[in-house]
Write a protein that binds this ligand. Structure first.
Ligand code: CO
Length: 134
C-alpha cells in the first residue's frame, strides 16, 4: 500500500528560527513561509534529495498543532507522510482493518494540493501518519 516517504513534518514554535537552522546550520534549500489558514498552520518546505521536511508553525486560534507544541514547547517530530496511489482504496482497507481515520474520514486537500488523510497515532506505533495520494 505504501509508496514513497513524501515528507516528515516538524512542529516548531518559531518558523523563522527553524528555517534559519535548516538554511544556515544544515545548509538546506528552504522555501519562504506559506500561511495556510485552512489548515491552521504556516508551512516551510525543505527539499532534500530523497524526500521533504515540512516545518509547521501554528496559525490562528485553533491550530491543530497547538496541543502538540504545548506538550513539546521546543518543537518536535509531528507526523510522517507516505504516498499512496489510491487514497480511497487505502482508507477503506485500513478502516476495515480497524484503523481510525481522523476528522470526518474523508480526504482533504493538503498542503501540496493533493488529497490527504490522517491516521490515529495510537493505531500506527505512536506516530501520527498522513497518507497523500501521489
Ligand atoms: Co504533512
Amino acid at each position: 500500500m505504501l509508496g514513497r516517504l513524501n515528507h516528515v513534518a516538524i512542529a516548531v514554535p518559531d518558523i523563522e528560527v527553524a528555517s534559519a537552522v535548516y538554511r544556515d546550520t544544515l545548509g538546506a534549500v528552504v522555501s519562504d513561509p506559506l500561511p495556510q489558514p485552512d489548515h491552521g498552520v504556516t508551512t516551510v518546505f525543505i527539499e532534500l534529495p530523497n524526500t521533504k521536511i515540512e516545518l509547521l508553525e501554528p496559525l490562528g486560534e485553533d491550530s491543530p498543532i497547538a496541543g502538540f507544541l504545548a506538550k513539546n514547547p521546543t518543537g518536535g517530530m509531528h507526523h510522517v507522510c507516505y504516498e499512496v496511489t489510491d487514497i480511497m482504496e487505502a482508507r477503506d482497507k485500513l478502516v476495515a482493518a480497524g484503523a481510525r481515520v481522523l476528522g470526518t474520514g474523508e480526504p482533504k486537500i493538503g498542503a501540496h494540493g493533493k488529497r490527504v488523510l490522517f491516521l490515529h497515532p495510537k493505531d500506527f506505533c505512536g506516530t501520527l501518519t498522513e497518507l497523500e495520494e501521489a
